[in-house]
Design a protein around this ligand. Structure first.
Ligand code: 5CA
Length: 159
């Protein structure tokens, strides 16, 4: 028997299913809060981890989701050119209010609000990638094409 998922991870699993995907959420005994921990658990390259990062437009106040490779740092200046206004990091409160999840477990889907989303072009080179599934110890494996499709993200150079 497999252990039931925690409620936030189950929410992500349900969202995947509702969207028609068969990707499976798994929970780890050890934390996958950071991209490094997630890669160690998944047994993949750091670059194959999807970081779901929330930024904020500094003029509009709107939230922006950036799905970036675990190996990369987002270039805020470049991102602000795509967004059309200066941007900054979201506060933990904005992350929670926008996504419904806490930092360290923010998944790419299943958010309470629809958010403008950018997908790091570097993720597209991999056959498979891993994203957080709602908790600081859950992940699911998927393909870059599915990630783009399920989020409606614009593929962009964000690093
Ligand atoms: N589960 C892992 C691997 S998928 C994960 O969620 N990694 S993450 O990179 O997507 O989420 C952690 C990120 O949250 C950090 O990279 C950092 O950019 C952001 N973060 C951490 N602390 C804060 C904070 N106090 N305020 C805003 N953002 C934060």
């Amino acid at each position: 028997m497999t252990k039931p998922l925690s409620p936030s991870a189950q929410k992500v699993q349900d969202t995947l299913k509702a969207l028609g995907y068969s990707f499976v959420v798994i929970e780890s005994e050890t934390p996958t809060k950071t991209a490094e921990q997630a890669a160690a658990f998944a047994g993949c390259l750091l670059g194959q981890i999807v970081k779901s990062l929330i930024f904020q437009g500094l003029n509009s106040g709107k939230a922006i989701l950036v799905l970036t490779s675990g190996a990369n740092r987002v270039d805020e200046k470049r991102l602000s050119e795509y967004v059309g206004e200066p941007i900054g990091r979201a506060s933990p409160e904005l992350v929670r209010n926008t996504t419904g999840f806490a930092i360290g477990g923010v998944p790419p889907i299943g958010h309470v609000q629809k958010v403008e989303t950018y997908l790091d072009e570097d993720l597209m080179q991999y056959e498979s990638i891993w994203a957080a599934a709602g908790t600081p110890n859950s992940l699911f494996q998927l393909t870059p094409a599915a990630l783009q499709e399920m989020t409606g993200a614009k593929v962009a150079q964000v690093k």
